[in-house]
Write a protein that binds this ligand. Structure first.
Ligand SMILES: Nc1ncnc2c1ncn2[C@@H]1O[C@H](COP(=O)(O)OP(=O)(O)OP(=O)(O)O)[C@@H](O)[C@H]1O
Length: 239
C-alpha cells in the first residue's frame, strides 16, 4: 500500500530525514514513535506531498505519491489542524464530499459530527472554532471519504478525554475494516493496543521497525516485561 525508499529530507544542511525506507502492507496499523525532532512529521509531510523530498522514492497503491491516483487512496490529519475560516463545520463536510466525490455523504457526516460532539456546532465558522474543535473537524473531514490509507500526525493533541477515547475506538473500527494506518504519536498507549508494528525514529533514521513483542526481545537486557513506554525510552536513549 505504501513504500518509502531511501527518503531524505534536508532543511538547509540538516538531514531531518536521513535515508528512511519502510513498507506498509494493506490493512496494517503502524505506530510511528520517536522523541521531539526525530523527523516523524517531516516524513509524513514528504509522503503526503506537503514537503518536497530531497531524495528517495515514495509510492502509494503502486502510484507515485504525488499523482492524483495516489491521492485518491489517502487522508492526512496534520499535526496542526487546518480549517477554512469562512466555511461552517457543515460546509467543511460538504466541501470534502464534493472534492472526493463521496456519494450519500450526509448520513455519514452527521454520524461523525455526533461522534465528535460537533453536531450542535454545524453552523459555526472555521475561524470561530477552538483548537480542539478544529482538530475534531480535521478528523471528521479525513474520515468522510472512507479512504484506504490514513496518516495521523499526533491526532490526540488538543482533544478532550472523550474525543481521545472516541478516536481510539475509530482506530479499532478502521483496523477492523481493513484500512491501513500510519499514526505518529507521543501517547504511546494510544497505539499499543492496535498497532501491528511500531517504527521508532531517532535523529532522522528508523532505529526500530517490528512488532512490539519483537522489539521488546531486541531491546537491551531486561526487555521482557517492559512496557512500550520503557521500551521506547530504552531504544531512544543517548548512548
Ligand atoms: N521548516 C523547517 N525548517 C528547518 N528545520 C525544520 C523544519 N521543520 C522541522 N525542522 C527540523 O527537522 C527535524 C525534524 O523535525 P520534525 O518536525 O519532523 O520532528 P518530529 O519527530 O515530528 O518532532 P515532534 O515530535 O516534536 O513533532 C528537527 O530537528 C526540526 O528542528
Amino acid at each position: 500500500m505504501l513504500t518509502v525508499s531511501n527518503l531524505v529530507k534536508q532543511y538547509g544542511k540538516q538531514k531531518a530525514v536521513n535515508d528512511v525506507s519502510f513498507h506498509l502492507d494493506g490493512g496494517e496499523v503502524v505506530g510511528l514513535l520517536g522523541p521531539n525532532g526525530a523527523g516523524k512529521s517531516t516524513t509524513m509531510k514528504c509522503i503526503v506531498g506537503l514537503l518536497r523530498k530531497t531524495a528517495g522514492e515514495i509510492t502509494i497503491g503502486g502510484h507515485d505519491h504525488l499523482s492524483v491516483e495516489a491521492k485518491r487512496f489517502f487522508s492526512y490529519i496534520p499535526e496542526t489542524p487546518y480549517v477554512y475560516d469562512l466555511l461552517t463545520v457543515w460546509e467543511h463536510m460538504q466541501f470534502i464530499a464534493q472534492a472526493y466525490g463521496v456519494k450519500d455523504w450526509k448520513g455519514r457526516a452527521n454520524e461523525l459530527l455526533e461522534l465528535y460532539e460537533l453536531d450542535d456546532k454545524q453552523k459555526k465558522l472555521g475561524r470561530d472554532l477552538s483548537k480542539g474543535m478544529r482538530q475534531k473537524v480535521s478528523i471528521c473531514c479525513a474520515l468522510l471519504p472512507d479512504p484506504q490509507l490514513l496518516f495521523f500526525d499526533e491526532p490526540m493533541i488538543g482533544l478532550d478525554p472523550k474525543a481521545i477515547k472516541n478516536t481510539k475506538e475509530v482506530f479499532r473500527n478502521l483496523k477492523q475494516a481493513g484500512k491501513t494506518i500510519l499514526v505518529s504519536t507521543h501517547l504511546i498507549d494510544s497505539v499499543e493496543a492496535i498497532a501491528d508494528r511500531v517504527m521508532i525514529m531517532k535523529d532522522g533514521r528508523i532505529i526500530g521497525n517490528d512488532s512490539i513483542d519483537n522489539l521488546r526481545a531486541q531491546a537491551a537486557q531486561g526487555g521482557e516485561g517492559l512496557s512500550l513506554e520503557d521500551l521506547f525510552l530504552e531504544l531512544t536513549k543517548d548512548e
